[in-house]
Design a protein around this ligand. Structure first.
Ligand code: PXG
Length: 294
């Protein structure tokens, strides 16, 4: 396995970062989890936009352009001969001293890891998954902005630990006002009377690339889409519930806190969106090996 490490391509064993890197010392940095399907990097432009916006929000100067960053991702995939892959692109504050002051880190540090994708069990998609809501609240935006996909994931890890303790695969997190925010690594959607509903960005969520793609697909199909606040009551009484994320794609939820959702099977609209999402992954994003595709 070859890793892109701040200007070089190195074998996995040589891919190491400094113990003085503020990404490690303070979680100071931003990252993206991206996927390649059928030789194309899905929504790469959107991922790069989110990465650079997040960097701007934390005053982190990324020393390469978006075009150069796109080439870093594509070249890392080529060096590993991958067409379907999971990609982890990370920009840290870089090495500094032991104080947390970001001004002590002269240059950001970039790395890109690509790996063959580990798929969720097929059964989870066919039967749907059970989840619980947890007591850990999503970070409040006035303290730690959830829209920034930062290296600070303790908030989500706390929630994941609660799910683990309960023997559940995912956790639904509420915001500090008690409205539904998102899962630990996925966004949440509910369907009620034919309307597709998901929390707005102002609920304090990471605006998922998969979330936005699913909303676009739904609108194209003429499905009414609403971004609005809702509570766990709306989840329990929804006709359908599903989660979206780069790793999970679109995954049906059939039980929440012991309440059976709808008829306990993945719903019609969820199936329709899963199918359309898979179609989109075949055609969206830049080609990794353009000569073969030309
Ligand atoms: N909310 C949070 C808090 C996330 O971390 C999403 C929503 C979905 O966003 P995207 O852009 O992926 O649709 C995420 C994404 C992992 C992993 O290894 C986690 C994510 C993405 C990729 C891998 O657990 N989280």
């Amino acid at each position: 396995m070859i890793v892109y490490l701040n200007g070089e391509f190195v074998p996995k064993e040589k891919a190491v970062v400094s113990v003085f890197d503020h990404g490690l010392l303070y979680g100071d940095g931003v990252f993206e989890g991206i996927r390649a399907y059928h030789g194309r990097v899905f929504k790469l432009g959107d991922h790069l936009d989110r990465l650079y916006d997040g960097a701007r929000a934390i005053s982190l100067n990324i020393p390469v352009s978006k075009d150069e960053m796109q080439e870093i991702v594509l070249e890392t995939l080529r060096r590993n001969n991958l067409s379907d892959a999971y990609i982890r692109l990370v920009v840290t504050r870089g090495p500094g001293d032991l104080g947390l002051d970001p001004r002590k880190c002269p240059e950001a540090f970039i790395f890109c890891i690509t790996a063959s994708i580990v798929l969720y069990p097929d059964e989870l998609y066919k039967k749907g998954m059970s989840v619980i809501s947890v007591s850990t609240r999503r970070n409040i935006p006035t303290a730690c902005i959830p829209r920034v996909k930062s290296l600070n994931y303790l908030n989500n890890i706390y929630a994941k630990m609660e799910a683990n303790l309960a023997g559940m695969p995912e956790a639904i997190m509420l915001n500090n006002e008690g409205y539904v925010a998102e899962a630990t690594g996925d966004n949440i959607f509910i369907v009620k009377k034919g309307v597709l509903i998901t929390p707005p960005s102002s609920a304090g969520i990471l605006e998922g690339i998969t979330r936005n793609a699913v909303m676009d697909i739904a609108r194209e199909k003429g499905i009414p889409v609403e971004e609005k606040m809702f509570t766990m009551y709306d989840v329990y009484t929804a006709d359908e519930v599903f989660l979206t994320g780069t790793a999970a794609e679109v995954i049906p939820v059939i039980n929440v806190d012991g309440r059976i959702i709808g008829d306990g099977k993945p719903g019609q609209m969820t199936w329709e969106l899963i199918t359309a999402f898979h179609e989109l992954t075949k055609v969206d994003g830049p080609l990794i090996y353009p000569a073969e595709g030309a």
